[in-house]
Write a protein that binds this ligand. Structure first.
Ligand code: DGL
Length: 266
């Protein structure tokens, strides 16, 4: 009976809230612990060894909190570290890239783009995973290393940021892709800008399909809870005030009144 145990969810900063806000809509009765690893942000330019060490620390933290599952909202760690750590813990682990690729492959697209961090793009995780289920889909991958900083520091309306976003879009569009996966949790926050230069229906935010996958898997294993016993808890590894103000600007999460994270871990 692990049903009342919490669900852990993490990312390098506020980005994972784009997943959390979808998940809590579907299963509001769960006890949630969100961890934003603001001290180590950005993840996207770190080495595999650094990312494994970071992910392991976070998994150990969640283990100490006796979670029943960990949601790797972070594409970068899902792409780079999941394979190394997946069998080392008792709780269930949901990596975003591996969890959503089948639903994307099942759409039978001929040409799909991916915008993601450099580490995710260099791992080719989306391409590999989608092609497992559908070898016919051509996957075009472009790293957008500046976008995490743009979101975390709310620079999305600066001219330099807009030019950068347009530059990557202009690199992608000649590939004639039918969809572009926003393969980093921070990127859906840029939809206002992206949709000025391309149709918003072009973009896939994996958060919804990911949350649906998690719910169906927890249900299958009889691990769903239907009675939340405490408010979601938020933790960060540095600068809780920044997290609080940045997160408030982007998301109103169900009935969560205010995000006031506690600093832990490092
Ligand atoms: N938002 C994370 C991801 O989905 C990591 C971004 C970063 O810290 O570089 O990949």
């Amino acid at each position: 009976m692990g049903n009342e145990k919490p669900i852990g969810i993490f990312d390098s900063g506020i980005g994972g809230l784009s997943v959390f806000s979808e998940l809590i809509k579907l299963i509001p009765g769960e006890n949630y612990i969100y961890f934003g690893d603001t001290l180590n942000l950005p993840y996207g330019n770190k080495t595999k060894d650094e990312l494994i060490r970071i992910t392991k620390n976070i998994f150990d933290f969640f283990e100490s909190k006796k979670v029943k599952a960990v949601v790797m909202a972070c594409n970068t760690t899902s792409a780079v570290t999941y394979g190394y750590l997946k069998d080392k813990y008792e709780f269930k682990i949901y990596p975003v890239v591996q969890s959503v690729s089948k639903s994307i492959a099942d759409k039978n697209y001929n040409r799909v783009g991916v915008f993601a961090t450099a580490a995710t793009i260099n791992s080719h995780a989306y391409k590999k995973e989608i092609n497992i289920y559908n070898p016919k889909t051509s996957v075009f991958e472009i790293a957008c290393p500046e976008w995490v900083n743009i979101v975390e520091n709310q620079l999305q309306n600066e001219e330099e940021s807009i030019n950068n976003i347009r530059k990557h879009l202009n690199e992608m569009l000649p590939n004639n892709v039918e969809k572009i996966i926003l393969g980093c949790t921070h990127y859906p926050y840029l939809m206002n800008i992206l949709s000025k230069y391309a149709d918003s229906s072009l973009f896939i935010n994996p958060a919804k399909a990911f949350s649906e996958y998690i719910v169906s898997d927890l249900k299958r294993d009889n691990l769903l809870n239907n009675k939340r016993t405490c408010e979601p808890k938020f933790y960060v590894s540095s600068n809780p005030e920044h997290f609080k103000s940045a997160s408030g600007l982007f998301y109103k999460i169900n009935d969560v009144e205010e995000i006031s994270p506690e600093k832990v871990l490092y």
